[in-house]
Design a protein around this ligand. Structure first.
Ligand SMILES: C[S@@+](CC[C@H](N)C(=O)[O-])C[C@H]1O[C@@H](n2cnc3c(N)ncnc32)[C@H](O)[C@@H]1O
Length: 429
């Protein structure tokens, strides 16, 4: 994974209050910040982290080393260490908006949305025209369910920089409405105009053209996303699948949290609410709020994926055993599904009301259905997080579900799809 480029501070740095005595410093490391960053970008992040730490032992006020350390720790899932490093970096120059914005992005990537919100706010308080921080606030506001607030923030970001494709990409998600897709098409068209080679934006424009009744323009853009037809094959194939599988009442969503809230509302059966794949707890928090006071049972090893997933290595998404802070209504069952699900099933009676399957792998999803398939009955609502879009989606959660359908003789309906996230919402009938 490429390391994010840290922008240089835009404002002049104030002089540090008091530099530590040179005599007490360890000798300078043999590596510079730029060389450490190059290691990070080459995927040698653990070595880069060690180098940033050595640089900071020599000079604790090296701003780039401090912030790069925080963002590298965040990217590799070391939440607590990242939090400490980020707050130390920001404390070096607390008046710099850029630092708060960078910290906000790192907190967001760790699922620490309250901390991210505070950091983006701090950035905007110091620089009301900080586009990245305004967009960060917009994303978090949309995640919290306040569409109008998010659109207002994106509009402010557009006033600051009317040519940013990223802002229009974000805005398109905030205005997306399957009953009236024109505003989203308008926003994504701007994103494509300002960055014509961005395949994801072009794909989204293609499916929006289709939703707006412009089938031939859609076919043109989806048919020519890339000279190699294999590139983005999974996304284009997903849209074809959605079009043939959806019914007149199947909804389409863009924000992940909106899909989850919709699914929670559709799940009216009296029964268990479960999530498979908790990691930072982002989705568990949304579900817990939506079904409160019903308890949510979250299952995860917190060691990442137990096997490689296509191009992703084994262990990806690990939190290194660190558990997220979750509301009281969420009970965690820590361990591999094959170890935790059977004892859970033995201790808890009743059907499954709502399941969020966010474990990516075919094998993990198959374990869920093997252990709890008998508890899935007419009325059970299942949300799959990675059902669609990636190039090999038909080999993952989709495949495990289709096999379970055969094994258990289920019939089902698609309540919703989300082509932005890959989610599908299914209700057994
Ligand atoms: C994409 S992450 C989940 C993201 C999470 N829903 C969130 O909101 O942050 C996938 C998670 O599934 C977990 N996982 C996958 N297969 C598993 C298995 N067989 N047993 C236990 N945990 C598993 C991984 O540890 C990882 O935390």
């Amino acid at each position: 994974m490429a390391a994010p480029k840290r922008k240089r501070p835009r404002k002049k740095k104030p002089a540090p209050k008091k530099a530590p005595s040179r005599a007490k410093r360890p000798p300078p490391p043999k590596i510079s910040v730029d060389e450490a960053l190059a290691l990070d970008r080459a995927g040698r992040t653990e070595e880069a982290i060690a180098a940033y730490r050595a640089l900071l032992r020599h000079d604790p006020k090296q701003l780039d080393a401090a912030m790069n350390l925080g963002t590298a720790l965040a990217r590799t899932g070391h939440r607590q260490e990242a939090e400490r490093a980020l707050s130390r970096a920001v404390a070096l120059y607390p008046e710099m908006a850029e630092l708060h914005a960078d910290a906000g992005l790192a907190y967001e990537s760790l699922g620490l949305y309250d901390a991210a919100h505070r950091a983006f706010r701090q950035a905007v308080e110091r620089d009301a025209e900080h586009r990245v921080a305004l967009c960060g606030l917009a994303r978090l506001t949309l995640h919290a369910g306040d569409r109008a607030g998010a659109i207002g923030l994106y509009r402010r970001a557009i006033d600051v920089d009317p040519l940013s494709p990223d802002t229009f990409l974000g805005l398109h998600e905030a205005v997306y409405d399957d009953g009236d897709p024109e505003p989203a098409l308008e926003a994504i068209t701007h994103a494509v105009t300002f960055r014509p080679d961005h395949l994801w934006s072009r794909f989204l424009m293609g499916i929006l053209l289709d939703q707006c009744g412009q089938a031939s323009a859609s076919a043109q853009i989806l048919g020519r996303l890339h000279p190699d037809p294999e590139v983005f094959r999974g996304a284009v194939d997903s849209w074809a699948y959605v079009k043939q599988a959806r019914t007149a009442t199947t909804r389409l969503f863009a924000p992940v949290a909106e899909t989850l809230r919709f699914a929670a509302e559709a799940a009216t059966l009296d029964g268990l609410v479960v999530e498979f794949g908790v990691r930072y707890g982002v989705t568990a928090r949304v579900i817990a709020e939506a079904v409160a006071p019903v308890r949510v049972h979250g299952f995860d090893s917190f060691q990442g994926l137990p096997e490689a997933w296509h191009v992703q290595p084994e262990g990806i998404y690990s939190t290194h055993g660190q558990l997220p802070d979750l509301p009281d209504g969420v009970e965690l069952h820590v361990g591999l599904f094959d170890e935790t699900l059977a004892p859970f099933a033995a201790r808890h009676d009743g059907p499954i009301r709502l399941a969020n399957v966010d474990c990516d792998l075919y094998s993990s999803t198959a374990s869920v259905f093997a252990a709890l398939g008998e508890r899935m009955v007419p009325g059970t609502v299942i949300v799959f997080d990675e059902y669609l879009v990636n190039d090999r989606w038909r080999e993952d959660e989709y495949k495990a579900f289709q096999e379970a359908v055969k094994t258990h003789g289920w019939t089902y309906e698609y309540l919703a799809f989300n082509l932005h996230s890959g989610q599908a919402v299914v209700r057994l009938t």
